[in-house]
Design a protein around this ligand. Structure first.
Ligand SMILES: [Zn+2]
Ligand SMILES: [Zn+2]
Length: 438
């Protein structure tokens, strides 16, 4: 896709401020900074970003029906292949073991780690498959009269952040690097099918745009009053439907397009985020003290925590893997919690002027946080692959489940945080400035 063209905010002093626009299909309300903006007509391959905070607002894709259906259909076919054939084989000390893709969940289930097994099955199989099926259903629904399109579109965007196939692929690479010194690894047909599934799955999401998709599912709801670009939604008594991007009058509780309850700001956003962050901080202590993995080798049992496993890899000379685990399991979760607390604090400051910077930081921690799950997935892969009874076997420790809970809590904290609260104090001060130009 070509880079951002166009847009956007007609700030104070612009000629368009004098002309109120009443066609909401041409207007966008930024979900990150709450500014009403006029969208230009986009050509295929172009996208529009918010000039105030840089958030992606709209995009137009080439062949918007055919390409997503082909990518998602091919991804589902690859996922089927990934489950049908041997995934990885391992040879060590005269023994061999073959792992199937489904083993990453089923082995954990048999070892009485049911919650971990269910989580991993959801993250790498059920949710990605449901998302791909939803993409196909929605796009075909634009051609044929299919029921429940709004429900499926809501489900798609609710599940999207929890699809972790890319992180699983990183977990596989880390596991192979850890094992390659002690064993021979042979990659099966399903491994390559899974790699293709990852690529096609990511590509299917890249070629759909939320605003464009919803505009095809149902027409943009009309507003009973005109809007001015360059002013906030708060000022103009209008709020954003976070699900379908429609603009909803403040007096209306429900979005008339997707039937979702729409709020001006997320209720108790800061309180919920802080509560989730505190819970994550408390759980992070046992997550580091409890063993994340148990290795049985020639009758000897060694429990390893996140830190001890990391030090062991460093001593063994596996520096790149040690650095990746250090970043994903130590630096990212701690930095995410600290930054999220800092962002919560910023919303309470009456005078603060670096909203664009803090919004970018928020988007970064929101995106990077899910990668912390890589260590949990490495444990699941190792447990499924290294099964040679007393010669050498790997079992997950309770620390893996606790650490997964930490990552999920920090992800939920990021979802609970409403970045528009960073901009609201500035908006209140700037209203005078906006008004002065009209
Ligand atoms: Zn914005
Ligand atoms: Zn809606």
């Amino acid at each position: 896709m070509t880079s951002a063209e166009s847009v956007i905010t007609e700030f104070a002093g612009s000629a368009t401020l004098a002309e109120p626009l009443s066609v909401p299909a041409d207007m966008a309300l930024c979900g990150y900074c709450d500014l009403v903006q006029h969208l230009p007509l986009l050509n295929a391959g172009e996208k529009a970003c918010c000039q105030r905070c840089g958030h992606h607002l709209d995009a137009k894709h080439e062949q918007p029906v055919l390409r997503p259906v082909l990518y998602a259909g091919a991804a589902l076919f690859m996922l089927l292949l990934a489950n049908l054939f041997p995934f990885v084989s391992m040879y060590a000390a005269g023994n061999s073991n073959e792992m199937n893709f489904f083993d990453t969940s089923s082995v954990l289930f048999k070892q009485h780690h049911q919650w971990l097994a269910i989580l991993i099955w959801l993250f790498i199989q059920a949710i990605p498959a449901t998302c791909m099926a939803a993409v196909i259903y929605l796009k075909l629904g634009l051609i044929y009269p299919l029921p429940a399109l709004t429900w499926v579109a809501r489900l798609l965007y609710m599940l999207k952040p929890w699809s972790m196939v890319d992180i699983f692929l990183m977990g596989l690479i880390i596991s192979f690097v850890k094992l390659v010194a002690d064993a021979d690894i042979s990659l099966g047909l399903s491994f390559w099918a899974f790699c293709l599934f990852c690529l096609l799955h990511l590509r299917a999401f890249q070629v759909i745009d939320r605003r464009e998709l919803w505009s095809k599912i149902a027409p943009y709801p009309e507003l009973p009053f005109a809007l001015r670009p360059g002013r906030t939604g708060l000022r103009q008594q209008v709020k954003l439907c976070q699900v379908c991007t429609a603009l909803v009058p403040l007096s209306q509780n429900q979005c008339s397009r997707c039937n979702t309850k729409v709020r001006l700001r997320q209720p108790a956003s800061i309180q919920n985020a802080i509560a989730l962050l505190l819970a994550a901080t408390l759980l992070y202590i046992p997550a580091n003290l409890l063993p994340i993995m148990r290795t049985v080798s020639f009758g000897e049992t060694v429990d390893s925590t996140i830190i001890s496993g990391l030090l062991l890899m460093w001593r063994d000379g596996a520096y790149p893997v040690a650095i990746i685990i250090l970043i994903a399991s130590v630096i990212v979760p701690v930095a995410k919690v600290v930054i999220m607390f800092w962002l919560c604090y910023l919303t309470r400051l009456p005078i603060y002027r670096r909203q664009r910077y803090s919004t970018q930081v928020y988007k970064l921690v929101d995106w990077v946080g899910r990668w912390s799950m890589v260590d949990v997935l490495v444990v699941a892969i190792m447990a499924a692959l290294v099964r040679f009874d007393l010669i050498m076997s790997v079992y997950p420790g309770i620390g893996a489940l606790v650490f997964a809970a930490v990552v999920i809590l920090t992800m939920l904290a990021a979802v609970s945080f409403d970045p528009r609260l960073l901009w609201d104090p500035l908006t209140e001060q700037k209203e005078v400035h906006f008004d002065a130009t009209t």
